[in-house]
Design a protein around this ligand. Structure first.
Ligand SMILES: [Zn+2]
Length: 439
């Protein structure tokens, strides 16, 4: 059940009082200790003493990734460097890396939050957890590791890579819980099959999967392939790393750890909060972080709040699984589309494997979108008619569900590059002269 039931199931009224106290404390600390926040607050004419309810949060200026970049490496830290015991950083695939620092207290709370995550997936101290998130500056590996140890589970720090060895360990060590990206879970399943190992027959029973957007259909496919319950987890290094929010076994939205993080959903254009249940950009304010608190941090992740109470008894509100980042949003002939929405359509159609890439090219002034997707190994790839019929069906399904016209190209099994970490779903070839953007 819950790792900290007295906190995770506390009455909303008490929670909101706690949030307000912690918000005021955090705002005071960043104003006193972080020049960037002091400048922002002063410039906006924002008076700390005027915060008397959580509703006052909307008057506080936002923080964006560029703020963290400009403060590289330590400029956003709210405590002296000697109080920092660890740093992590973002991957830096889309620009200069950003550095985040943790005090001993931050590491302690983070461990609790990740222990909550495993417990929400149904794990206990009796479980054997294989962590295949990368260990290092990326928060995934060590975050998942400390949480598993905090829960009391047997923790295997394999880190990423060497997929055959991952399968061997999964089998030999009697692993019951797998922590990795969803696309890597697929690759482990595929590799096991090639090695003649039937994962469905092994003790493995749950997966905590995060660090990339994935669709509900992909979840079902992985659950079927591995014979497990697949749980979606969410986090980002700027806020703390994994452990910000996680699904429970109800699998209907991710409970946000609201005693540590305030969540808002805002319209990415107007930056005004959207009505409850509407889609927008996710914004977080940390309530207990000491090393590097963030105030109204714009994550660029797109989601919405899930209405109602959860049957599991947790009182924390739920956010829907993130279905994309504003950076990854494709605008196809004026329609907004995320790769995970295309994935959702693809995974519903027999004959298609869960491996795809969205290729963007430019012809004159028009953007071209072509989805490359693998057929399943049992599909007769040399039967042109069957191939054409399947391509037509995929185009039609995408058109009917997403209302966009995209090209579809079927490719042979295993021809799309597999990833041991975050899958590369979008290949942008529109401006190769400037180096192109591959992500
Ligand atoms: Zn729940």
């Amino acid at each position: 059940m819950a790792f900290q039931p007295d906190l995770e199931m506390m009455p909303r009224e008490r929670l909101e009082q706690l949030e307000l106290e912690r918000l005021r404390d955090t705002l005071g600390r960043v104003y006193a200790n972080v020049p960037l926040y002091r400048a922002k607050f002063d410039e906006a004419g924002f008076d700390l003493a005027s915060v008397t309810s959580l509703a006052d949060l909307v008057r506080v200026p936002f923080t964006v990734k560029d703020d963290l970049r400009s403060a590289y490496p330590y400029g956003m830290f709210a405590v002296p460097l000697h109080e920092i015991v660890r740093v992590h950083s973002s991957s830096g695939t889309t620009g200069q890396i950003t550095v985040v620092g943790y005090t001993r207290g931050d590491i302690d709370r983070w461990s609790d939050l990740m222990a909550r995550t495993y417990a929400a997936a149904g794990a206990t101290a009796d479980d054997i957890v294989q962590v295949t998130y990368g260990y290092g500056l990326f928060t995934g590996g060590l975050g998942a590791h400390y949480g598993s140890e905090r829960l009391g589970a047997l923790t295997i720090p394999v880190s990423g890579g060497n997929t055959k060895r991952q399968v061997q360990i999964l089998k030999d060590f009697g692993v019951t819980v797998l922590a990795c990206t969803p696309s890597y879970a697929q690759l482990i399943g595929e590799t096991a099959a090639e090695m003649g190992v039937d994962i469905r027959e092994l003790p493995l029973r749950a997966g905590v999967f995060g660090a990339e957007p994935w669709s509900e259909n992909m979840r079902r496919q992985i659950e079927d392939q591995l014979g497990i319950k697949a749980i979606d987890i969410y986090g980002l290094s700027e806020v703390i790393g994994p452990g910000v929010a996680a699904e429970c076994t109800e699998q209907n939205g991710l409970h946000v750890n609201e005693d540590h993080f305030l969540i808002e959903i805002v319209d990415p254009d107007t930056l005004k909060p959207v009505p409850d249940g509407e889609v927008g950009e996710v914004v977080f304010t940390t309530l207990t972080k000491e090393g590097i608190p963030v105030i109204r941090y714009r994550t660029r992740d797109i989601s919405r709040m899930v209405a109602g109470e959860c049957d599991c008894g947790r009182t924390f509100r739920r956010m829907q699984r993130v279905f994309g980042r504003t950076d990854d949003m494709l605008i196809v002939r004026g329609v907004n589309v995320f790769p995970s929405q295309i994935e959702q359509v693809l995974m519903d159609i027999p004959g298609v494997a869960p491996h795809y890439q969205v290729i963007l090219t430019r012809e004159g002034a028009l953007d071209n979108v072509e989805v490359h997707v693998e057929v399943t190994p049992d599909f007769a790839f040399d039967e042109i008619r069957a191939l054409e019929a399947l391509q037509r069906r995929l185009r039609a399904e995408i058109m009917s569900v997403l209302a966009v016209q995209v090209g579809v190209k079927l490719v042979e099994p295993k021809s799309i590059q597999r990833s041991e970490g975050k899958a590369k779903r979008v290949v942008d070839l529109r401006d190769v002269s400037k180096g192109g953007i591959l992500r």
